[in-house]
Design a protein around this ligand. Structure first.
Ligand code: KG4
Ligand code: ZN
Length: 344
């Protein structure tokens, strides 16, 4: 079965072709970073318009790359939420209209499930059950993935998502949008800088509390205060970026290891945009090795938003016979992956 996947939940238009037998044939992406940069963040209306501008050409491009025709496509999977309503509407309307025109099924895909399953794109041996840490711009969740479509929430952030904390902290410290990856790159540089000013470690939020919930807004404020009190030199910036990143990574790794202990799972997936963070990957690799388990990270281009994960997740569900049952266009700004926290 050849599945076209469409991702348009935020500021990236991602399109991919996934074949149930041959795997991923091609994926293409248009990033809107240049559009939103002058505003210092994503402007929803501009995001919607930009998806409209690029989606048709991206589908043509992915078909050309994979050497396929539209009529080869057997189903279309698209992101239904969570995300920006206007942006989601573009992808969903396009996907459902094309599916209708081609006389093939369409299927709504949950964005967070797609992020988690992206780890299987390069690791077909990764099987359920596993534990997943989903760290993106909008979400920070620890999930027990029991089977396809059967997910249990172990814990989540009570305020800012990790990616959001990275981006907001970066903005406060004067990094250009999108600041998260730039702040992380500076923090990585700090690790090799012997002249770095001494910095008292930043607080590790909620580590003293039982359970698997997180909180990052206090750490964000602490970091902003440290920056304001400093002389704001390049060295200060580097040291503060490192102190912030260290605190985030330790908080995430400690809580995640506790979750693994509690579920008894030895397979961990770290997914979502922040999963691209190099220091985070290094820390998780070391901790999981000590536990005798395995950590799976999606390839960097599948960590941030992309069409490949949507085509793949859609294909898995389509193979199980799932399809949209109506032609109505349904998208959701908020859409829980699982109804309530799991009792373990
Ligand atoms: O998954 P994603 O592409 O979009 C959402 O669904 O939110 O994640 C984007 C988030 C942004 O907040 C971005 O700053 C963060 O992922 N991010 C990073 C890194 N690369 C992307 N955060 C820390 N370190 C990175 N290397
Ligand atoms: Zn995402």
């Amino acid at each position: 079965m050849l599945v076209l996947g469409i991702e348009s939940s935020c500021d990236e238009t991602g399109v991919a072709l996934y074949a149930s037998e041959a795997g991923l044939l091609a994926h293409v992406l248009h990033s809107q970073v240049a559009t939103h940069r002058e505003f210092g963040g994503v402007v929803p209306e501009l995001a919607s318009r930009d998806h409209v501008t690029h989606i048709v050409a991206l589908v043509d491009e992915v078909l050309k790359k994979a050497n396929c025709k539209k009529t080869d496509i057997r189903a279309i999977a698209y992101t239904t939420g969570p995300g920006l309503m206007g942006a989601l509407l573009v992808g969903a309307s396009f996907a459902k209209s094309l599916a209708f025109a081609l006389g093939i099924p369409a299927l709504a895909v949950h964005h967070l499930e797609a992020h988690v399953l992206a780890a299987q794109l390069d690791a077909p041996e990764l099987h359920f059950p596993f534990t997943a840490l989903l760290v993106s711009g909008g979400h920070t969740q620890l999930i027990e993935a029991r089977a396809l479509g059967d997910y249990h929430l172990l814990g989540e952030t009570l305020d800012d998502a990790v990616g959001e904390a990275f981006d907001k902290t970066a903005k406060l410290m004067g990094f250009e949008y999108p600041g998260g990856p730039s702040l992380a790159a500076l923090a990585d540089e700090a690790a090799n800088d012997p002249d770095l000013p001494m910095m008292k470690p930043f607080p590790r939020p909620m580590l003293d509390r039982a359970g698997f919930d997180f909180s990052f807004s206090g750490l964000k404020t602490h970091t902003m205060m440290a920056w304001k009190k400093s002389k704001q030199t390049e060295q200060d910036k580097k040291a503060i970026a490192k102190a912030f990143q260290d605190a985030v990574i330790e908080t995430l790794t400690v809580k995640t290891m506790r979750a693994l202990e509690s579920t008894g799972s030895r397979r961990l997936v770290v997914a979502g945009g922040v999963g691209a963070n190099r220091a985070l990957r290094k820390a998780f690799r070391a901790q999981i090795a000590a536990l005798g388990g395995t950590v799976y990270f999606p390839r960097l281009e599948y960590c941030t938003d992309n069409g490949a994960m949507v085509a793949y997740a859609g294909c898995l569900h389509l193979m199980e016979g799932k399809r949209d049952t109506s032609h109505a266009i349904e998208v959701y700004a908020r859409l829980p992956l699982m109804p309530e926290k799991a009792a373990i």
